[in-house]
Design a protein around this ligand. Structure first.
Ligand code: CIZ
Ligand code: SF4
Length: 365
């Protein structure tokens, strides 16, 4: 039996060291033909095999710049789609587990966004008045929707610049799928909370009155990240009562109340850099995904920095966690054997307008 044909169950039964060694051997065999990308939320056992690590913005730039024939994306599905959109047609993007999605991304889909656009159009002149902006955590067809309607993509790193661009085009923004990133970004640029309304896609006309729609500057999709909603302002209060000198840093996918109580708010890259550049002896409370926070704890304890996780329960991204070493190994050994498994491919009619929306983002960030 060929090694690559080994089932996941068999590979999972192997000792961790043996799996890691075989991953390294497969990577050596593939050489420059392969790059492995890993998002910050990946578990260490996968992260350590990456050629490049980063947030989705940095990784999408890496993917766009690589000459490698194969790109193995250890992250979630929308990230691999972005890599496919930005690479040449002859480059192949794969993900170790195709079921690694993003529950937030799934909260918006083309059918309900198109319906929202139509319903908004019954109240205002959408094409003239609204810039559709999607968080990168969304399916490719929603990026394509934005590209086709004069809109744009953002990540948590460039949301502010993308909002500035969006308002320079038209007076209102429809932002999906994360209401928290949208609200936190809008508020920080001086938009009052009452001018940001929530579009509940389960309700007719988003559950809003025509007047609310006409008065709104930002229409926020009713979506959220299940990981970042585990953080609460009371956790910050309790921590600061115990460690009054600590610094609090949160991801903008956390609620408005959590971000208001945090000293710093920003993307994973921002969180990593802020803690890296802090003084020895600093204590941090961090509101983002557990694998990243654990890595920061390990990385900086030698510098005397204490890094604590904000939630009181384990709050990991379960879809990121689907990517595990046996699956990475299976995909790589298949490649060594010439079998492409778990390819992520975006159809050309979606890729082209989606690329336009991504290029608008790159131009402003
Ligand atoms: O953009 C990303 O990579 C995500 C999902 C989080 C972050 O802030 O990096
Ligand atoms: Fe999606 Fe939240 Fe996981 Fe990020 S942490 S991939 S937003 S479910």
């Amino acid at each position: 039996m060929a090694v690559a044909a080994q089932a996941i169950a068999e590979l999972t039964a192997l000792p961790d060291d043996a799996i890691a060694e075989r991953i390294r051997a497969a990577k050596r065999a593939l050489g420059d033909r392969l790059v492995v990308l890993a998002h910050h939320y990946q578990r260490n056992e996968v992260y350590r095999h990456a050629d490049f690590t980063g947030d989705s913005l940095k990784l999408s730039r890496q993917a766009a710049g690589t000459e490698a024939e194969y790109i193995m994306f250890c992250g979630v599905h929308f990230m691999a789609e972005v890599a496919d959109i930005l690479t040449r047609p002859d480059q192949i993007v794969m993900i170790p587990d195709l079921a690694a999605g993003c529950s937030m991304a799934d909260m918006a889909n083309l059918a309900n966004v198109a319906r929202a656009w139509r319903e908004l159009g019954e109240v205002i002149d959408v094409e003239a008045d609204v810039t559709p902006a999607t968080y990168i955590n969304s399916a490719a067809d929603l990026k394509a929707f934005c590209g086709s309607h004069g809109g744009i993509v953002c990540t948590s790193t460039n949301a502010r610049k993308v909002f500035d661009w969006s308002f320079a085009q038209r007076p209102k923004v429809l932002f999906f799928p994360d209401q928290h990133l949208g609200r936190n970004t809008g508020y920080r640029m001086g938009i009052p909370l009452e001018q940001m309304v929530v579009w509940d896609y389960t309700q007719p006309r988003g559950g809003l009155t025509p007047e609310q729609i006409r008065d709104a500057r930002v229409i926020l999709w009713k979506g959220h990240c299940s990981v970042h909603q585990m953080f609460h302002p009371e956790q910050i209060d309790e921590f600061l009562a115990k460690y009054p000198d600590a610094q609090v840093i949160s991801h903008p996918e956390a609620s408005f109340e959590v971000c208001e109580k945090s000293h710093y708010v920003g993307s994973t890259e921002y969180i990593i850099n802020t803690i890296a550049n802090s003084a020895p002896g600093t204590r941090w409370l961090v509101g983002t995904e557990l694998n990243l926070v654990n890595r920061l704890h390990e990385q900086f304890k030698g510098e005397g920095k204490a890094v604590h996780f904000m939630a009181t329960t384990i709050s990991m991204c379960s879809t990121m966690f689907r990517i595990n070493p046996p699956q990475l190994l299976r995909a790589l050994e298949n490649l060594v054997d010439g079998n492409i498994v778990n390819q992520v491919r975006v159809a050309a009619h979606e890729a082209q307008p989606a690329r336009l929306a991504l290029e608008r983002m790159f131009a402003v960030s």
